[in-house]
Design a protein around this ligand. Sequence first.
Ligand code: GLU
Length: 279
Amino acid sequence: MKVRQIGAVAAASVLALSLTACSDSAKDGGTGGGSGKAFKVGIKFDQPGLGLKEGSKYTGFDVDVATYVAKELGHAAGDIQFVQAPSAQRETLISTGQVDMVVATYSITDKRKAQVSFGGPYFIAGQDLLVRADDTAIKGPDSLTGKKLCSVTGSTSAQNVKDKVPGVQLQEFGTYSECVTALVSKGVDALTTDNTILAGYAAQDQYKGKLKVVGAPFSEERYGIGLKKGDKATCEKVNTAIAKMISSGEWQKAVDTNLGPAGFKVDAATNPPKQDACA
Ligand code: GLU
């Protein structure tokens, strides 16, 4: 046992050494147009139109916002490393330094502000419901009593329905795509989260004609960029970058490219938003 442990330690040291060597040479080499130092950004991996990973390709509005903001902060696109940030893990990923920022349909809330800081908002969405296309009974949160509803752990969506509809049977999963699967197979009657996310699923080829968004939003979700708590300097740079993305027309372009194909109607009364002052 002892011998094996020593062996493991030795192997780990060799690995650590070679990893160090690797990152050093990457820095010196300067390949891919970046400085070689990774800038880690937490995004969703399973939300079409927002944050979607397909092989080694990342697409979506959050990906475009993250790439634009990172560039303004001095990080080349080639230096960005996308990390999966499920709803319940976002605060931890930021506070432990596993990511440098989170751009993942991440609503700014007072509760979250106790653990992280937010740049933004860069988009205003609203909570809605996704149901099967032939469902005529569910028209809003008021028609959910006794129904099986799905949402995601650690999201504002789950918390809001618990507060608003105490009679609902809420099933919480780790990701929204798991809820979509349950909705299609009739394991649940509805899925609730932001209308942006729901529109992306409803428009996916495999769900076309099978699912529909109810279309009566019942909350305001202000998407922020999550940063280490108290990093006011970065927050201010992030806000400047978002404002530039909006004034340059790049924000509208990203909206059209990513949310347009799903036929998502952006609420022009609240978008594009003005950024909050950094605390
Ligand atoms: N925007 C809401 C939130 O931050 C719901 C979407 C999500 O879970 O990412 O909780």
